[in-house]
Design a protein. Structure first.
Lengths: 181, 111
């Protein structure tokens, strides 16, 4: 129940607000993405490409287009999409499957662990900085920790609401014919 | 001699636009005209530049005065113009003007 409330509030209030914010700040965000991407270019062409790409963003019409163009640079030159680690991709699919199976089965631990490893696998696929095993392990533990804290919070809020519902149960009992008195 | 660039429909569209244009075109101009996204467009431009088909030239402006960054304009070189014309002629001869999936010149690796 509480998840529905949180997601409902997010959809009604937070999502449009974030969208508006994103559209207003599209150019600085796009420039930031382009700068991060340019940082990974060979030193000989880095500054030239940075200037060229920033000019490209400046002359692109529309906030959404600016963001899409910046992501285009990032996909091609930052995370190098064609060079994704497909072995990790397969592992990612397995983790997501475990996560869904665990959640459906009712095992919160399996659901959380599967999801956490899947997120870690995505990051490791995309970001070469998280390429060594200790980094990967640390990263996974960090995500697990974040998810555990989130789950504890959700459980606490659930318990709080459940106890309220229990308190409501102290109304008059139904009469013999089943109607509420 | 520089490696021959791969030919795809996207690269042919860029070449066609460059041939039709009387002046240099910046990446954003090419994007606006062809709707090819940055992640595809710039690798094409850099490949052509490395092959000597295109020549990039920075515009000389004062960014503070103009309130915008300078742009790099690309122009076909003489070699590039001849090669682009030949590539487009070959493409039209092979496809008879119809849209084909991708086209590779002889000797180049298929996509």
């Amino acid at each position: 129940m509480i998840e529905f409330i949180v997601w409902g509030l997010f959809t009604i209030f937070l999502a449009p607000f974030l969208y508006q914010l994103l559209m207003e700040k599209a150019e600085p965000i796009a420039n930031w993405v382009v700068n991060r991407t340019a940082d990974r270019q060979p030193e000989a062409v880095r500054e030239e490409r940075r200037a060229e790409w920033i000019a490209h963003i400046k002359f692109t019409k529309g906030s959404a287009s600016q963001l899409i163009e910046a992501l285009g640079f990032a996909c091609r030159y930052f995370i190098r999409v064609p060079k994704l680690n497909f072995a990790l991709g397969r592992r990612f699919v397995v983790h997501v499957a475990i996560s869904f199976a665990g959640s459906t089965w009712g095992s919160r631990t399996l659901g959380a662990l599967g999801g956490a490893f899947a997120v870690a696998a995505i990051f490791r696929m995309l970001d070469p900085a998280v390429s060594t095993f200790p980094d990967f392990l640390q990263f996974t533990l960090m995500i697990i920790g974040t998810m555990v804290v989130g789950l504890v919070l959700i459980s606490a809020i659930r318990r709080r609401f459940r106890s309220d519902e229990n308190n409501v149960a102290s109304v008059d009992p139904p009469s013999d014919d089943g109607t509420q008195v | 001699m520089a490696k021959q660039p791969r030919m795809t429909l996207q690269t042919l569209r860029v070449l066609q636009l460059m041939l039709d244009s009387r002046e240099g075109l910046a990446g954003s101009d090419i994007h606006n005209a062809t709707k090819i996204f940055s992640g595809t467009l710039y690798p094409i431009l850099y490949r052509f530049e490395d092959a000597g088909w295109l020549k990039g030239k920075w515009e000389k402006i004062d960014p503070a005065k103009e309130g915008r960054p300078p742009r790099k304009f690309y122009e076909l070189t003489n070699v590039g113009r001849a090669q682009a014309k030949a590539a487009l002629v070959r493409y039209h001869a092979q496809t008879d003007g119809a849209t084909a999936p991708a086209w590779t010149p002889p000797g180049a690796k298929p996509i």
